[in-house]
Design a protein around this ligand. Sequence first.
Ligand code: URA
Length: 204
Amino acid sequence: MPDPLMPEERVKRLRVIADAAATCSACVLAKGRTNVVFGAGNPDADLMVIGEGPGKDEDEQGEPFVGRSGRLLTDLLADAGWQRADIYISNVVKCRPPGNRDPQQDEIDACKGYLVDQIRLVDPLVVMTLGNFSSRLLLKRATGITKLRGHVYPWWGRNVVPTFHPAAALRGGEKVTELIRQDIALARSVVAEARPAEQLGLFS
Ligand code: URA
């Protein structure tokens, strides 16, 4: 195993990739975007969250998960003891699909390299995938999120914990929200097992 990168080095390398993504024209989504929404958060995070693609608010602000879904996600993570600054958040596609349509396979393929680089550089203990697109992409399964969620999947020396997309909770109400809560708690338990309590700040 190579030595883990120092946080400053991770920031530097992520910046180089974000700069490349900022002028990306590898797929049709480049035409309609206001901003490339590359990703945000702690480059040294234990938890990386991967959504589907930017919506209107994210496209305007250049930040992932800042709209309604994002506010719900932020609240649910905070309930479990994770602040936004603790984690790293990104998406399968970095540019907004028009009218919030599903990303197409060729767009996902064109954008995949950025996500792979982000996962390699942040090197999280747990990747939480939100919804079908990110879950199927990482786990390489056609199974839907309803069946995939609720489990930890060992994945290239890390762990994937799939859950519903928060947009599904906004549509589906408290029942879906509760399942996301459970999956976040599952992700938290994976991190807690791997990290001594001091590192989680439990004694400070
Ligand atoms: N939905 C996503 O999948 N990603 C975002 O960044 C915002 C909403």
